[in-house]
Ligand binder design. Structure first.
Ligand code: FES
Ligand SMILES: [Fe+2]
Length: 413
């Protein structure tokens, strides 16, 4: 992120801390709870936002070297993503051309050839059909036109994008816009290594999962015994980029920066986190030498269920630091008490940090989401209210409704 932008954001957050006031959108909105429970809306969003919309499937580090592969089964099209021997990223429909069985079963690994488990037709990681057993019994097959069905795939600035339809449009400049694309490029996400994933399946609509990352108003209340011990909340800087946005909240130590010259300010130090919402379902938290991506997917058969996948990525330096600390015996496992103790100076394991982060989401945020889901399904509460201090929620739901052709959010006067 450009230095002047970092200073602009940190100054606004300092002003909010000084005045003891959160962001003010100047308006409240009413939102119909049907958005979380209506099967017709769920069917429409599955079609428009998942089956027929570009999907961020991960970072370059998910396919770390030639021969790496990933399988994805989150948005209706089973995908096999590969990195071929020339380092080129591909995405295919994970379906054998013989009779449709998945040619790759594992979630991730290394393989140059994928052999279908049913009759052992084999495909290269460039998608070519390379072998058919007992071909003389089977009869002639033109191998040159029976490779895996290729899907549009783009690797750009460390981000891996796929379109779920073979003829889908995948234009990243158009998708992100120039300003956001450049800003994401500044984090060098391509240098980060995959550091683990945790999946959360719960009884809440995927948009309620997404709403968790839409305000800082709840930090000091819901998270008073966990996150709020290190991140105060009630501050927020928001910038919209078309359908996407960036949201930043102050670190507890932000005011110390007043003693430091502005040209030395670093947003990674002055803020608690920098969070990008990428339409439709991605939360990307960009750290100085790490990144967390939360992908939220609906259950296509049940508007009241969703799956969130939390992916952690780290720089080699961080991984090496953990290794050195482990060897020196200064590494410790953390739990919710020690992880959120601001005076705790010991180095936690990366896996334990990830566990604490995801369990906070699961046991605190998504637990609220399950209550909200029950209310939405009951239908007696027709509307919920988004406050003046919750503008990321305004933006997300306005955009979502516009894309689906639903009535706009109603202003409360
Ligand atoms: S279905 Fe794959 S080899 Fe027959
Ligand atoms: Fe939260």
């Amino acid at each position: 992120m450009k230095q002047e932008k970092q200073v602009e954001i940190l100054k606004e957050l300092m002003r909010q801390v000084d005045e003891g006031k959160n962001i003010d959108a100047g308006v409240q909105y009413k939102m119909p709870t049907s958005a979380y429970a209506c099967p017709e809306i769920a069917a429409k969003e599955w079609d428009l936002l998942f089956q027929n919309h570009p999907q961020l499937i991960g970072l370059s580090g998910d396919l770390a070297e030639p021969g790496s592969f990933l399988t994805i089964d989150d948005f209706g099209t089973p995908v096999l993503a590969t990195r071929d021997r020339d380092g080129v990223f591909h995405a295919f429909l994970n379906a054998c051309r013989h009779r449709g069985v998945r040619v790759a079963q594992d979630t991730r690994g290394r393989k140059n050839v994928f052999t279908c488990p049913f009759h052992a037709w084999s495909y290269s990681n460039k998608g070519d059909l390379v072998a058919i057993p007992d071909e003389d019994h089977f009869g002639p097959v033109d191998k040159s036109c029976n490779g895996l069905i290729e899907l549009p795939a783009v690797e750009r600035d460390g981000l891996l994008w796929v379109h779920p339809q073979p003829d889908g449009r995948l234009d990243i400049d158009e998708l992100l816009g120039e300003t956001l694309a450049k800003e994401l490029a500044s984090y060098n996400l391509g240098d980060l290594a995959h550091g683990g994933v945790k999946t959360i399946n719960m009884n809440l609509n995927w948009k309620l999962a997404n709403d968790t990352f839409g305000e800082t108003y709840h930090f000091a209340k819901l998270h008073k015994n966990t996150l709020a011990k290190i991140i105060p909340g009630n501050t927020l800087h928001l910038e919209e980029f078309g359908r996407h946005h960036r949201f930043v909240t102050a670190a507890a130590s932000l005011q110390d920066y007043k003693q430091v010259p502005e040209d030395e300010w670093d947003i990674h130090v002055g803020s608690a986190f920098i969070l990008y919402y990428l339409f439709p379902n991605i939360t990307l938290i960009a750290g100085k030498d790490n990144c967390t991506i939360v992908k939220m997917y609906p259950d296509p058969d049940n508007a009241g269920r969703s799956t969130s996948q939390v992916f952690a990525y780290y720089s080699q330096e961080i991984i090496d630091m953990e290794k050195a600390a482990r060897e020196a015996g200064t590494l410790q496992e953390v739990n919710a008490d020690t992880a959120y103790d601001p005076d705790n100076r010991s180095i936690p394991t990366l896996a334990a940090t990830m566990e604490v982060f995801t369990s906070t989401i699961e046991q605190e945020d998504y637990l609220m989401g399950e209550f909200q889901q029950k209310t939405a399904q009951n239908g007696l509460l027709e509307f919920v209210t988004f406050g003046r201090n919750e503008p990321p929620l305004h933006h997300f739901h306005k955009t979502f409704r516009e894309v689906l052709g639903l009535s706009p959010l109603e202003k409360i006067t």
